[in-house]
Design a protein around this ligand. Structure first.
Ligand SMILES: Cc1cc2nc3c(=O)[nH]c(=O)nc-3n(C[C@H](O)[C@H](O)[C@H](O)COP(=O)(O)OP(=O)(O)OC[C@H]3O[C@@H](n4cnc5c(N)ncnc54)[C@H](O)[C@@H]3O)c2cc1C
Length: 454
């Protein structure tokens, strides 16, 4: 994890020092995104003590620090995610795309989400440490168990110990720090999906904007014209935009940041700068060319650039595109998904085929289960290889580049977390020697009782 660059090969030796243990719990969840949120609440509701260690200042990950603001329609997930949705709606922070359809996606307010996520976690009894980045892991002498993780905070470095550890860092930090093998990007050149900096514009005349978009979906015509004149240089084919619950506010998932690796210090820095440059360019395009947006001002850019894909931690089973395309079911399923193989092209515009090249610029050719059908996420794809007490509840579970592009949908990741949390709680309650001894049938039954689809 050493950044490369202008250090001229110089290095310093850090003196050994004693680190105090500041907390311990049955289940330690690293990262409080959709996966970590689901895992911590589920572990706590199933009787375990649970701690979340989060490097930023809110739960939600891409939901909040990435200000995602849109969660897609999905027929395969209920449980904790649906509770979150309903609570968001109750507080005016969620707008359904199809009223009365519990599978419907919607747009949400990320500030309301921060409060709802905090409260749901606190009510479940989860202890949260914000601004606590995990930087190191300690392992048992035989190397098979993680015994503690080191957090870096303003107070220095401390250790948090636990019985079961859950990697929900998105980037697979815990797995990588523990020496579990991982994969990066697609086969061959290891290219990763592009990052995007989500942003919001305020001051929009929504009625006029919606009327215009009826005639020019995703601003495609205006965008292509502006691109041909060199007014915009963003390597995307159109502008994905949606009205927010807040009147006059719209969200944009329209930047495309190519060639960056979210686990590299210099890449994340450069992507952040380039993301803001693209935001300014898109905002100017909207003001100049799209009716209803003439007075638009940038209300917010994501505090953290959105990272779609980084490490995929090797576990006991690698999910493949066949699992997704054939809507495969598994006896040890812990969650369902029905999102398709959605590979944002690592090289430029459009959606990429598994083997490279662009398959479609829009929503034709979607590769995944039919509406209402689903694939299942097996428990074996979250049991980290070579370790007895590390589970993955995050987009970094074991999958190919293509399968990852489907599984990563945020509500599915939340459901995977819910499954992982229930399994972790059982492993603690039964003092199991390894997470591989968990009785998955019983976990599935608990998940069903809690309202999850399994
Ligand atoms: C631009 C973009 C658009 C997307 N669009 C959609 C969409 O429209 N609908 C949808 O459903 N999904 C969408 N996704 C996918 C979805 O948001 C992610 O796959 C999902 O959030 C992954 O959840 P996660 O919990 O694994 O990781 P994340 O959401 O990345 O959360 C990881 C958390 O771990 C924390 N963390 C990381 N490292 C450490 C560490 N070392 N120590 C402590 N904490 C750490 C992070 O701060 C973060 O809070 C999008 C993703 C991106 C990036």
């Amino acid at each position: 994890m050493n950044p490369t660059g202008n250090g001229a090969g110089a290095s310093f030796i850090e003196p050994a020092r004693e680190l105090a243990v500041i907390d311990e719990a049955d289940v330690i969840v690293v990262g409080g995104g959709p996966g970590g949120f689901g895992a911590a609440i589920s572990a706590a509701r199933n009787g375990a003590s649970a701690v979340v260690l989060e490097r930023f200042g809110a739960l939600g990950g891409t939901w909040t620090y990435g200000i995602l603001s849109a969660i897609m329609t999905n027929t395969s997930v209920r449980g904790i995610f649906t509770e979150f949705q309903r609570e968001m709606e109750r507080r005016g922070g969620w707008r359904w795309w199809t009223e009365g359809d519990p599978s419907s996606g919607g747009n949400y307010d990320s500030e309301v989400a921060k409060v709802v996520l905090d409260e749901m976690a606190s009510h479940a009894g989860v202890r949260i440490y914000y601004f606590a980045q995990v930087t190191h892991v300690f392992k048992s002498e035989d190397g098979r168990r993680i015994t503690g993780v080191v957090i870096q905070s303003k107070e220095g470095r401390h250790v948090v110990t636990g019985k079961i550890f859950v990697d929900s860092s998105g980037d697979g930090d815990v797995g990588a720090l523990a020496g579990v093998p991982y994969e990066l990007g697609r086969n061959g050149d290891h290219a990763l999906q592009p990052m995007s900096m989500i942003f919001k514009l305020d001051n929009i005349d929504t009625a006029r904007a919606e009327a215009y978009l009826q005639t020019d979906l995703n601003c495609l015509r205006a965008w292509q014209e502006a691109k041909s004149l060199g007014e915009v240089t963003v390597p995307r084919e159109d502008v994905l935009l949606q009205p927010m619950p807040k009147p006059g506010q719209w969200q944009f998932n329209a930047t495309r940041l190519l060639g960056y690796d979210g686990t590299k210090l210099r890449d994340v820095s450069a992507a952040t700068t380039e993301g803001r440059r693209q935001v300014a360019q898109i905002a100017a395009f909207m003001r100049n060319r799209i009716p209803g947006f003439e007075k638009a001002i940038v209300a917010e850019t994501a505090p953290h650039v959105g990272v779609r894909e980084t490490r995929r931690i090797r576990c006991d089973y690698t999910m493949t595109s066949d699992d997704i395309r054939q809507a495969r079911k598994h006896p040890d399923a812990i969650a369902r998904g029905n999102w398709w193989i959605d590979i944002h092209n690592p090289e430029g515009e459009g959606i990429a085929a598994e083997e490279g090249g662009v398959i479609t610029q829009h929503d034709g050719n979607k590769l995944g289960p039919a509406y209402g059908d689903w694939y299942e996420i097996p428990y074996r794809s979250v049991t980290a290889r070579g370790l007895d007490n590390l589970l993955i509840a995050s987009r970094c579970l074991d999958s190919t580049h293509a399968a990852h592009a489907a599984v990563r949908a945020s509500q599915q990741v939340c459901a995977i977390g819910e499954g992982v949390g229930a399994a972790a709680a059982q492993a603690v309650a039964r003092k199991l020697a390894t997470v591989r001894e968990v009785d998955i049938r019983e976990v599935q039954e608990r998940l069903r009782q809690a309202g999850a689809l399994i």
